[in-house]
Each structure stands twice: as C-alpha cells, then as structure tokens.
Design a binder for this molecule. Structure first.
Ligand code: UT7
Length: 324
C-alpha cells in the first residue's frame, strides 16, 4: 500500500515585483540578481493576505482536482515558516475556513523543507490508517523580509501549494523518502525576534530583528551538499537510478544550487523543473508550486517517477521520490 497524490492545487498572489522594481529600492541590478540567483521576478502577497489565505485558494484547487470535498478529509498538515500567528496553527485556521470535519490539524516548522516534511508525515499517517490528508506548503516571506537589505530582499516571494494524499493499492505513490537536520549552524539563516527568546519590543522593532537574517554564501554551500545528499539517499532507498527519474523538482532557492545539485546527480537540466525566475524563493510553497506547474504543463504524467528535494532553515533537508 502506498500514499499517492490524488490532487494538487497552487496559488501565487497577483502582485509582481520585478528586478527592475528592486533596482529602485536597494543598490542592486537585474544583472546581479539574474546571474547570482536566476530570479527575474517574484509574487508579493497583499497587505491583508496571510499564509492561510494563500493556502485556502490552493486547497480549494487541490480538493477540486482530487474530486473530493472538505468533509472527506482525514487530516490537515501545513508546512510553513510564516504562519498567520504563532498560535493557533495555520492548519486549524484552514480547517475552519474549508469546513473540514474535526480532524487532526497541525503545522510543521522545518524552514523551506516544511512541505516535504509534511508530506513525509502524511505518508506515515496514511500507512497508519488515515486517508485523504491535505498537505500544504504556504509562506509569505515578503512580510519578514528587510527591503533595505539587498543580500536577502531580492530572493524571496510568496505562494502556496496543496496536495491531497490518498491511500492507494497500486504501484503509484511514494516510493521512498529521506529526511535530516543539523541545528549546529542555525544562525546562518534565522529570524532573531518574535519568539520566546526575543519577544517583540520597541527595541526589536527598531533594530529590525523581525526579519530574515541570512549569510547567503555559507548557506549556499550547505544547500548544495544537503540537497545532493537527500537526492542520493532517497533514490538509493528505492533502488532507483537518476536516469529512471522523469523530473527532478528541487526547492527553488537559487539556479546555481539547482544546477550544482543536478550535476552531482548527472541529471541534465532538461529533466529539472525551474520556475524560480518567475517566483523567487517561496520557501515551503516552492515545491508544490513547481509540482503543480509540472502537472499542468504536461511535464509529468501518471506513471512517471519524480524526485523532489529541499533544504531550509534549521538546517533541514530531505527528499521524496514518487510515481505520479
Ligand atoms: O531557501 C533555502 C535557503 N536559502 C538559500 O539557499 C540561499 C543560498 N544563498 C544564495 O542563494 C546566494 O548566496 C546569494 C544569491 C544569496 C548570494 O550570492 P553569492 O554569490 O553567494 O554572493 P555573496 O553573498 O558572496 O556576495 C557577493 C557580493 C558581495 O559584495 P563584495 O563583498 O564582493 O563587494 C555582496 O555585497 O555581492 C554583493 N551583493 C549584491 N550586489 C548587488 C549581495 N547582494 C547583492 C545584490 N545586488 N542584491
């Protein structure tokens, strides 16, 4: 018995922030952003949109694509680094909004790997007897981005993606997964204030401590190593070779990280989905946004083998291999 993807939906806000727009805000250039990251534009949530608002639209689309109703759901798991509020969970807000039954609903905090972690947890619950699990990746990093810091503000965008994961009896579904973490370098990517270590105060606001702090070049090196490691271990666990993979869907943080990871796997770039040029790094939303695009544009079909790999704050990383 395998957990398989029965439906998918995604949503990105309408507002587009281009590299040319950023040139007017900070000392940067389209040339620098494009050559160093591959990003051309990103979507930015409206002032009144929170993570659950984006997730709600993605969820409605996923339910429709799976042909089920909210009342049929067996659990709700949301991967997010930017929940509507510290508590209650964004998953509970979604449960109310869609009118799902009183099912288990919770968030997972694993940085940009949050969506894959959530999918991994859903698979375990499916094997334990649950069915019709709503798995979401939703993030609004723009609300935690310092638009005076050119080293981070050019990278991030907003979005959400949702899957309906079902119990199957055929061959399709999740073939293997691998998840890992290493907290020893957490300072390289974090949001200093707003938690119990440094609660909100006038000082934390004045010192801009409620925004993303990242040492990009250090994170870069760790990301390449971890994403490659996740890919190799996930493939090995299912005894599948890279040549059998129809499409690699990596977390969309930086084109150079993606290219380096693909190179280590000896996978040509035409077998890799890249959409960060249009969305930037959308954290937990990046993989479901890309997966939805792969399905809608016909880059994957039922029966194809797909490998998803991610890396994020924590640090966390992981891979999920599945037959679509
Ligand atoms: O989501 C998961 C976690 N996040 C990531 O995986 C992101 C990983 N890191 C990266 O993607 C890259 O490190 C960045 C795109 C953030 C930066 O690229 P880089 O090639 O590592 O550049 P760098 O940080 O080493 O900076 C090189 C130079 C510096 O100037 P100096 O010291 O050489 O004079 C920076 O000040 O580029 C400068 N710089 C910029 N210049 C123009 C940094 N940001 C900008 C900018 N525009 N936006």
């Amino acid at each position: 018995m395998r957990a398989y993807i029965a439906g998918i939906g995604s949503y990105a806000p309408d507002k587009v922030l281009t590299n040319a727009d950023l040139e007017k805000i900070v000392d940067t250039s389209d040339e620098w952003i494009t050559s160093r990251s591959g990003i051309k534009e990103r979507r930015i949530a409206a002032e009144n949109q929170a993570a659950s608002d984006l997730a709600l639209i993605a969820t409605e689309r996923a339910l429709k694509s799976a042909g089920i109703k909210a009342k049929d759901l067996g659990a709700i798991i949301v991967g997010t680094a930017t929940p509507d509020m510290p508590f209650p969970s964004t998953a509970c807000l979604i449960q109310k909004q869609i009118g799902a039954p009183h099912v288990m609903a919770f968030d997972i905090s694993a940085g940009c790997t949050g969506f894959l972690y959530a999918l991994g947890v859903a698979e375990i619950f499916i094997k334990g007897g649950y069915d019709n699990i709503l798995v979401i990746g939703a993030d609004i990093l723009s609300k935690f981005t310092d638009y005076t810091d050119r080293t981070t503000c050019v990278l991030f965008g907003d979005g959400a993606g949702a899957l309906i994961v079902k119990k199957g009896d055929g061959t399709r579904g999740i073939l293997s997964s691998h998840f890992a973490s290493d907290g020893s370098s957490w300072q390289l990517l974090h949001q200093p204030a707003g938690g119990s270590r440094m609660p909100a105060s006038i000082e934390t606001v004045e010192k801009r401590l409620h925004v993303i702090r990242m040492q990009g070049n250090e994170v870069f090196k760790l990301a390449v190593r971890a994403m490659s490691d996740a890919a190799v271990k996930t493939l090995r666990a299912a005894n599948v070779s890279p040549s059998e993979v129809k499409l690699l869907i990596p977390h969309q943080a930086n084109i150079r990280i993606i290219e380096a990871s693909a190179k280590r796997l000896h996978m040509p770039m035409d077998k890799v989905l890249v959409n960060l040029d249009r969305y930037g790094n959308t954290s937990t939303a990046s993989i479901p946004l890309a997966l939805d695009e792969a399905v809608k544009t016909g880059r994957i079909d039922r029966g194809d083998i797909v490998l998803m790999i991610a890396f994020g704050a924590g640090f966390t990383w992981g891979g999920v291999l599945f037959e679509y």
